[in-house]
Structures are given as structure tokens and as C-alpha cells.
Ligand binder design. Sequence first.
Ligand code: NAD
Ligand code: UGA
Length: 337
Amino acid sequence: MPGDPCLVTGAAGFIGAAVCGSLLNTGQPVVGVDNMNAYYDPALKQARIRQLETDPSFLFCRLDLTDQAAVEQLFGEHRPPTVIHLAAQPGIDRSLTDPMAYVQSNLVGTMNVMEQSRINGVAHLVYASSSSVYGANSRLPFSVHDPADHPVNLYAATKRANELMAHSYSHLFGLPTTGLRFFTVYGPWGRPDMAYYRFARAMTGGEPINIYGDGTQGRDFTFISDIVDGVVKVSRQPPSPNAAWNPAESDPASSRAPFRLYNIGQGDLVTVNELADHLEAFLGVKADRRYQPARPADMTVTQADVTDLRDDTGCCPRTKFDVGIKTFAQWFLDYHR
Ligand code: NAD
Ligand code: UGA
């Protein structure tokens, strides 16, 4: 493989595959890692990898990041200067029934990636965090400068833990780390466990859709290409220590260590009811809406303040929801035809 590869974990996943594709388009060789687990249909993961493998600059390694020896070998073999760590056990529901899956992939797996990044002198470790870290915080829009210490589900707690683990490595070992808090990502090749995909599948299959609560909970839905743009730009900008950081104020977003956190979100609010309205329009099917009890693990609203991301990288998610969800609906109909 010519040139230093970028290592992308979760390469068979929704965001990982799109990030790999974008890097390859710029001529950047990529080593993609995934364990191809069956949290959702592995055929979709395989289809994403098949597309990436048409580019000779892409190398796929199937391995589980909880396997310490395998991760050690991977880093030793490829010596990546940049690591984009997107592999995780995502989703809120499963964290109530299978918490250990989150502990394994999100804590143990991330620890293995972080430790090998330290040992191999990685120049920049970028990792996926989540809007869910804001938890019970109700100050909108969510700012990376506000505290995020009241997660309302274990998934969120593991994502916040990743940020704190990263800070300790940035502080102790000077490992440059950037955590990206993605806001409800949607689009073509999306994730079948998420509301937009579940609704599309149920509606086109003649099934009812389940709406938790009264459907007025709001999400800052962010289109996949805006997320990819942010990840790729940030990956090329390792953070420097922030000399102006004041320990007495303890701003969570940066530090005297080479450590940064950014939100990546579009900024507009769309309710779950409106999501169903849009899908009705673009799929041409009426939704049979079944309202179910609200879930205690659910956030009522998410909305991103992306001032820091825009100021530091020039990147600003701008795909409007009606445009993005139409693109998803077209892809969905095509892919499942
Ligand atoms: P995804 O499930 O499609 O992708 C994650 C990939 O990681 C999967 O292909 C899975 O097989 C792989 N994986 C999981 N555990 C692994 C392990 N132990 N070893 C190797 N591979 C493993 O999810 P996604 O939506 O693409 O999410 C990517 C990242 O972004 C995750 O960290 C997720 O928590 C985060 N995130 C996603 C969203 C969203 O709305 N999609 C929002 C916020 C944060
Ligand atoms: C999503 C992802 O699933 C998480 O992995 C990610 O970390 C998070 O975004 C994030 O932005 O950080 P969420 O926003 O809750 O989490 O996305 P969905 O699972 O698609 O749910 C969106 C809303 O639809 C929630 O209020 C949920 O309760 C509701 N929903 C979901 C339904 O009403 N019905 C369903 O069948 C599914």
C-alpha cells in the first residue's frame, strides 16, 4: 500500500464506510477495521465493504478491538499516523438489555486503540463521541463548553468515559486526541436500528410504526455527508495544547493537553412526528402510527452549537432535513427494491 495509511475502525459501519470512501477519494490509503458483528444485518456491512474494496488503496482487516493481541499486531504492522476510531456498540435500546456489549466495545475496545496509539506514536487519534453525553442537560443549543456529566443511559456514559480516557492520555503522554460528538446521523447506507430506517422499513412493509411518547421529542438530525466532511477536516488538524485554558474554570472542551471536543450537528430541530410526515411524503406511504410509552433512556431534545467546529475548521453542517431525508428515502427504495 503506497503512503502512510489512515486507520479507520468501524469501517463496515454507517459512518465508518462513508469516512473511508471520502478519504479514498482524496487519494488517502485506508486500513479499515471491523468485527462485522450482527447487531444489525451484516449483509449491509458486507455491501459497504464490497464497495470500498473496489479501490486498491483500501485494505480491510476483520478483527475485534477487544482482542488486545490482535490490535497490537494491527498497529505494529501498519503504523498509522492518524487513527479515526468509529467502532462502537451504538444505539440506546440495547444498552438497557445488554450493557456488557457497551462495556466491551466502547470501553475495552477504545482502551486497546488508545494504548496502541500511545505505544506507536500516533500523531492524531480522532474518535466518535455522541450528542447523548449531554443527557439531562437542558441548556440549548448544547455547547461543548457546558458540563456533560448526567448521562441518561449507559451508551452515553461509555461515550463520555471515552472523552475522559482520551484526556488522561493527552495529558500524560501528549497523545493528540479529538472527540467528535455526532448528532443523530442519517442518510443513504444508514443504520437499520435508528428511527428513520425503522420507520421506512415498517411503512414500506405495511407494518405500523412505534412512536415512543407523544412524538414531540426533537432531534438535530445531521446528514451523513456533513458528518464525513467534519471528520475528515478535523482528522487533518491535530489539536495543540490550549495555553489559555484556565484550570480554575475547567472548561471541558479543551485543556493544557493536546485535547479537543467538537459537536457536529446541523442545528435545526425536527420532531419524531415530523420525521414520520417527511417519510410519508417521500416514500409515498401513509404511516400507521402507534404511540407507545415514553422511554426513560430517551433525551427529549438535542441541538448542536457548532461555533467551535466552524471557527477552528471552517466546517459547518448545512444539509437541510427535507433535502437529506429525501435523499435517504430514494436510496432506501432503490437499495431494498
Ligand atoms: P455502526 O454500528 O453502523 O458502525 C459501528 C461499526 O463498529 C459496526 O460496523 C460494528 O460492526 C463495528 N464494531 C462494533 N464493535 C466492534 C469491535 N469490538 N471491534 C471491531 N468493530 C466493532 O454505527 P455508526 O452509526 O456508523 O456509528 C459510528 C460511531 O459514531 C459510533 O462510535 C457511534 O457510537 C457514533 N455515533 C453515531 C451516531 C449516529 O447517529 N449514527 C450518533 C452519535 C455517535
Ligand atoms: C441516535 C443513535 O442511535 C445513537 O447511537 C447516537 O449516539 C445518538 O443518535 C446521538 O445523536 O448521539 P437517537 O437520537 O435516540 O440516538 O436516535 P434514534 O434511535 O433514531 O431515535 C430518535 C427518536 O425517535 C428518539 O426519541 C426515539 O425514542 C424515537 N424512536 C426511535 C421512536 O419513536 N420509535 C422507534 O421505533 C425508534
